[in-house]
Write a protein that binds this ligand. Sequence first.
Ligand SMILES: CC(C)(COP(=O)(O)OP(=O)(O)OC[C@H]1O[C@@H](n2cnc3c(N)ncnc32)[C@H](O)[C@@H]1OP(=O)(O)O)[C@@H](O)C(=O)NCCC(=O)NCCS
Length: 155
Amino acid sequence: MKVPMAPDVTLRSALISEKEALEALQWRASLNNPGDREALLTHADAIEIPLDQLAGGLVFVAECAGGIIGFAAIVARGDGDSELDALFVEPGLWRRGYGKALLLHCVEAARRRGSAALHVVGNPHAEAFYRACGFDLVGATETRFGAGLLMRMGL
Ligand SMILES: CC(C)(COP(=O)(O)OP(=O)(O)OC[C@H]1O[C@@H](n2cnc3c(N)ncnc32)[C@H](O)[C@@H]1OP(=O)(O)O)[C@@H](O)C(=O)NCCC(=O)NCCS
């Protein structure tokens, strides 16, 4: 996967104390997806970053000029592969390479875990992003927010 790293971004594991700030960022990014707003507002509990994910060091933040501008998370799957569980960039800063930079960081973390593939249940709004980053569409599913795309990237 060719990923031009956004030059001004720093990537690191998230702190437990950053939980609320990251959830607020997730709200802002998600509400910016046309069509998702209503479903999200009726499932407000859906935006919650599990403490064990944060404690496990598999939530990563992107910082720019000292402020957090995005985050991503991977979780272990039973088959040894990894699942991209979150990827959100501050709206207003989209299309600057931050999403790809976060994704590359997740790819490296998944490789370190020994995963053979990274999977994601993608929001259809993000399909072009995932395809541009090297994911293939392998199926479809239903989530409580509507259609989900089963996408996979071999590592
Ligand atoms: C999806 C998301 C993380 C992408 O982050 P981003 O920082 O804008 O992505 P990048 O700038 O790294 O984009 C990399 C490439 O992906 C493709 N891409 C990204 N967004 C795209 C869009 N809306 N339409 C078409 N292609 C897109 C482009 O090829 C882009 O490269 P380019 O800008 O040089 O053409 C961001 O839009 C977001 O936070 N969305 C809301 C939350 C969400 O839907 N998350 C995914 C949940 S499954």
